[in-house]
Design a protein around this ligand. Structure first.
Ligand code: WT7
Length: 651
């Protein structure tokens, strides 16, 4: 991809293979023909209110809406005047018939312990924890931070918040105490729910200790609830810290779901942007729930008898939308696994699929690349015949990884849905429909009903086939973010000022001559590491906070497993760097942001390449980090000799 400033982006990928959906799949699918899809898409485009009003019949409402859609992007309101509750839709409404005894969550811990919660059980636990939250003083609209391992209590806590109209803010368990403190403060959280720790590759990840370290700097937090998971040592501060199991004993197992306005905030989820602190993406109740409910049905073709497994952590949007709200609202059976894919060995995922007869499997390209590296003998040891549909999310999937997924895991039988979406979009936007779309490896294919994308220049001109440009949305959709928590100006500026009248969240893309969409990656200074967005700016800030660092520039480089690796160019205040300092800086970043942001390379430089106006020339650094000869224009570079020095420094 060429520089972000240019009008179009050159594409080098040519893919000609296509894979039609098996006729047997199409015959039973929720959306089963191209005509059906096209009619839905056209209706949603021409008459969004009519289309989404019809779709909304799939949810349970306490009071119906006066209008389906009010206003224009970015200030839209969906289902004004209605009353609804997401927890009620994900749990209570399934208790009326035989689903009450159906497994909602089938969970396996990393050590091999298992739990099954039927919809009735989930209801009881959610009600109790909602009562616990109320007892701790949590009121309508209060923010609750969830910093937990992948255990059923996390889903229970989410649905308990939603039940009483509290707003959850989940922090991925891989983030550090500093990140927890920042997010607690930004959201002004009142209560934190955590666990003593979680299991990851046989080791305990201490969570309560990180919460303790964050609390000195989180003045709004009044109470902490701790799930006993690992049995590890924790400090419990009297009147502040409480055990989950003790609180749960003292409360009733019934708690009415509060009748909430459609636009009542459901959750905040922090994500990285190119500048400034993490952005608190805020989603509201009705539109988000409708988006996740319908897309779960359309894209994953969820059926009563499926066992559905999304391998994401609930701490990311994928887990919010496609472990919790979307599938549970559909009354599905959701598999949930706590630990690492290579524990106790590299066969763990395939063993789980065989054991629970998983039928739908949704994972990320970074995981697929790791599976490929570990070798075919792992999946080949297990019976994967229960699988009927595979999904991918998080970054563009390389055609060869797609082919491997198709052949080795899908056994050439299962359609693959490559789903493009974002934290901000709330639900899947562009994806094949498994019973309809002939897929091309590496393409996320076509927009779902209600999604009207375009590929444009910076001035908003639509581009033709195979011309790369900015991916934008021309029409609002129900599950779009409503604001950035506490900073509505930043919300408008970030997403709606780049291309007039459109939503833009930073990806480059093209469509091909058949109208298939190909996402080419981010155009801003945001890295995609293992399918997760990290801001180069935040890693730089962490580095500069180290007493010996003068200046830092962070860029991504192609990484076999992670997609993008993190390379840090660092200049020091004095003296020369050595291996000891490299290790120290690596640890320093890990400490400040979390393991996810651990640098892959630290390189010391005497100076960074800059333009005459003092801007760091990242594209040059990207070439150096990737070990490529640079074809970039260097005429604006202030001091050419710096480049030669940086190159000769390569490891
Ligand atoms: C960014 C969003 C959506 C959940 C996971 C990440 C990239 C995501 C795809 C895909 C190509 C993809 C984009 C997007 N991305 N899915 N199927 N093909 N790129 O959520 O952290 O908000 O990141 O991930 O660059 O903008 P996120």
């Amino acid at each position: 991809m060429s520089s972000p400033g240019s009008q179009s982006i050159q594409s080098v990928l040519k893919e000609t293979r296509t894979f039609a959906p098996p006729a047997t799949f199409s015959a039973q699918a929720h959306i089963s023909s191209r005509q059906q899809y096209e009619a839905m898409w056209k209706k949603a485009k021409d008459d969004p209110a009519g289309f989404w009003g019809e779709m909304a019949e799939n949810l349970d409402w306490f009071r119906r809406w006066d209008t389906v859609l009010q206003g224009q992007m970015p200030e839209t309101k969906w289902f004004s005047g209605a009353k609804i509750n997401a927890s009620y839709n994900c749990v209570d409404r399934h208790l009326k018939g035989s689903r009450r005894n159906k497994a909602a969550i089938i969970w396996e811990g990393e050590p091999g312990d298992t739990r099954v919660l039927r919809y009735q059980d989930l209801h009881r636990e959610v009600c109790r924890f909602a009562n616990v939250l109320k007892q701790l003083g949590v009121q309508l609209g209060d923010r609750v931070t969830l910093y937990m391992p992948m255990i059923p209590e996390l889903t229970i806590a989410m649905l308990a918040c939603a039940r009483i109209g509290a707003v959850h803010s989940i922090i991925f368990g891989g983030f550090s105490a500093d990140a927890v403190a920042d997010r607690n403060n930004d959201a002004q959280a009142k209560v934190v729910v955590t666990a003593d720790g979680g299991w990851r590759r046989g080791k305990e990840v201490p969570l309560k200790a990180a919460v303790d370290a964050s609390l000195d700097r989180s003045p709004t937090v009044e109470k902490v609830v701790v799930v006993r998971r690992t049995g590890g040592e924790v400090d419990m501060v009297p009147d502040r810290d409480f055990w989950w199991h003790e609180l749960m004993q003292g409360v009733p197992a019934e708690c009415d779901a509060v009748q909430l306005d459609s636009e009542h905030p459901l959750f905040i989820l922090y994500t990285s942007g190119s500048t400034g602190k993490p952005k608190g993406v805020m989603h509201t109740t009705a539109g988000y729930l409708l988006g996740t409910t319908m897309t779960s049905r359309w894209v994953f073709d969820l059926k009563e008898e499926d066992t559905y497994w999304c391998t994401a952590d609930i701490g990311w949007i994928t887990g919010h939308s496609y472990i919790c709200y979307g599938p549970l609202s559909n009354g599905a059976t959701v598999m949930m696994y706590e630990g690492a894919p290579n524990w106790p060995d590299e066969g763990r995922f395939w063993e789980l699929i065989e054991k629970y007869r998983v039928s739908i499997f949704y994972t990320a390209p970074t995981a697929i690349r790791a599976f490929i590296k570990w070798g075919n003998h792992w999946p080949e040891k297990y019976d994967l015949s229960s699988l009927r549909l595979l999904g991918s999310v998080g970054e563009p999937i390389n055609p060869e990884a797609w082919m491997w997924y198709h052949r080795v895991i899908g056994q050439e039988r299962c359609p693959i849905v490559d789903t493009w979406w974002q934290t901000e979009t709330g639900s899947i936007m562009v994806s094949p429909l498994p019973g309809v779309t002939p897929t091309k490896p590496g393409s996320c294919c076509h927009p779902l009903p209600g999604v009207v994308p375009d590929i444009v220049t910076r001035t908003g001109q639509s581009l033709g086939a195979n011309e790369g440009g900015l991916l934008v949305m021309r029409q609002p959709w129900p599950s779009m973010l409503r604001t950035l928590y506490g900073d509505h100006e930043r919300f408008k500026k970030t997403y709606f000022s780049e291309v007039a009248g459109c939503y833009f969240a930073g990806d480059g893309a093209r469509h091909d001559e058949d109208g298939y969409l190909w996402v080419m990656g981010r155009v801003d200074d945001v890295l995609n590491v293992s399918g997760h967005r990290l801001s180069t700016m935040e890693v730089e800030s962490a580095l500069v906070a180290h007493p010996q660092v003068a200046e830092a520039a962070v860029v991504g480089f192609p990484h076999e497993i992670k997609g993008e690796g993190i390379c840090c160019f660092v200049t020091l205040k004095s003296g020369e760097g050595d291996d000891g300092l490299k290790v120290e800086l690596t640890q320093h970043v890990r400490q400040a942001i979390g393991a996810l942001a651990t640098p892959d390379q630290v390189r010391f430089a005497t100076a960074l390449p800059k333009t005459r106006s003092g801007k760091i020339m990242r594209r040059l650094l990207r070439d150096i980090a990737a070990g490529r000869e640079s074809t970039q224009d260097t005429t604006t570079l202030e001091d050419l000799s710096i480049l030669a020095k940086l190159r000769s420094d390569e490891e």
